[in-house]
Design a protein around this ligand. Structure first.
Ligand code: ATP
Ligand code: MG
Ligand code: MG
Length: 386
């Protein structure tokens, strides 16, 4: 297995955890990222990484020289260069650059899913003008969501247009960005499914989980989701069909809205490991990171390798965000270290308020027990749950 080198565009926490999974299988990794001390580079000192931007064709070319397979940990990469380099060098790229190109523009992604009969939130491309947004309001009703088509994460490219009077502010907030509008989804829960696609096109789904956002950032993930079996399976099927519609191999995170009538709509897809899949490290037979490595290097993907470790396994993942006071978030980590069956993952980043610094996985036999442990970790009780 050590004959293949995987080059990763992006060196953040997702890259770091891909490296970790790859190293365990003796698979070499090389990282392309500007920061010399990027999280993914820190834990692989063996190789000479590339210091550069994953948007710079020359830097991508340099990475290609050092690997057999290229992958991404972020979708905002230069896909034109990827396509060219794939042709020129024969380096395999997973997921397929065509897939990354479709997904990184959230409007093109929606159009593609709709064409493939995958249920998605209703969307329309709009120009940056008051009259265009008034027309959307007349059509979709208020509130509606105005989104940047590209470069969006943690809700930073989104603006809730409450009524006609907030249109001006919305345009100001998202000025000079390519826009599209989405009909408001009055969801009761947000759910997500990790899906992995092998090089020969087989699709495997992880369990349906529930994601809870605070200030547009994922706060906790409950695995499995607290929904009935029908919804659990329906979400897996929707995610399966969504990923099946794209070419290439690798792991994908599928975010969905559960509506009051039980209907599910895809919110968006990430063509890479995803925050909602961090629970898999401790709660599933194979982590999302190892599944990705297996998929892109053509390693075996046996039956049930994406299942929860046991039918009784429950988990909660808590994101560790930078606290207001520097390193204040380490308090959470200390309490997690005191807790039975809680695991702490830190990403090696410098602290900043709201920054994703790490995550904590709590695993137990029931979700109630996981919640009791979470109460201790988050300081709502001083009674340690055993
Ligand atoms: P991520 O960090 O997940 O990539 P993002 O910046 O791409 O986030 P979205 O996933 O599009 O943003 O939206 C962020 C959150 O905003 C969603 O998880 C959901 O809570 C809310 N949201 C997004 N679209 C809608 C919608 N059409 N109707 C209602 N709420 C929405
Ligand atoms: Mg997104
Ligand atoms: Mg999202």
């Amino acid at each position: 297995m050590d004959s293949q080198t995987v080059g990763i565009l992006g060196g953040g926490q997702l890259g770091r955890m891909i490296v970790e999974a790859a190293q365990r299988l003796n698979i070499n990794t090389v990282i392309l990222e500007e920061g010399e001390q990027a999280p993914a580079k820190q834990i692989n000192a063996l190789n000479k990484h590339v210091n550069g931007s994953f948007k710079d064709p020359n830097a991508i070319r340099e990475l290609a020289k050092k690997c057999d397979i290229m992958t991404i940990e972020i979708e905002h990469v230069d896909t034109d260069s990827l396509k060219l380099i794939q042709k020129e060098t024969g380096v395999k790229i997973y997921p397929d650059p065509d897939t990354i190109e479709l997904i990184k523009d959230k409007y093109l992604q929606k159009k593609h899913l709709k064409k493939n009969e995958v249920a998605v939130t209703q969307s329309i491309a709009v120009e940056n003008s008051i009259s265009a947004l008034e027309a959307v309001g007349d059509d979709f009703g208020f509130p509606f969501m105005l989104k940047s088509r590209t470069m969006a994460y943690d809700g930073r490219g989104n603006f809730v247009v409450k009524d006609k009077t907030s249109i001006k502010e919305a345009l100001e907030f998202l000025k000079e960005r390519p826009l599209y509008a989405e009909k408001w989804a009055p969801f009761t829960k947000e759910v997500a499914v990790m899906v992995v696609r092998s090089r020969d096109g087989n699709v495997y789904t992880y369990p349906t989980v529930e994601t809870k956002h605070v200030n547009n950032i994922c706060h906790t993930v409950y695995a499995p989701a607290r929904v009935n079996d029908t919804i659990q399976k329906k979400a897996q099927l929707l995610a399966h069909n969504a990923v099946k519609s794209f070419s290439g191999a690798g792991i994908f995170g599928v975010e969905m809205f559960l509506l009051p009538n039980g209907e599910l709509l895809v919110n968006e897809i990430a063509p890479r490991p995803h925050n909602s899949g961090h629970y898999t490290i401790d709660a599933c037979v194979t982590s999302q990171f190892e599944a990705h490595i297996r998929a892109i290097t053509g390693l075996p993907m046996p039956k049930n390798f994406t299942s929860l470790s046991t039918p009784q396994t429950h988990a909660i993942m808590l994101n560790v965000l930078g606290a207001q006071e520097a390193n204040g978030e380490l308090q959470l980590c200390k309490r997690a270290l005191e807790t039975v069956n809680a695991s702490v993952y830190l990403y090696g980043k410098s602290t900043r308020p709201g920054r994703k610094m790490g995550h904590i996985n709590i695993v137990s036999q029931s979700i109630e027990e996981c919640e009791r442990k979470l109460d201790y970790i988050e300081g709502r009780t001083d009674k340690i749950a055993q």
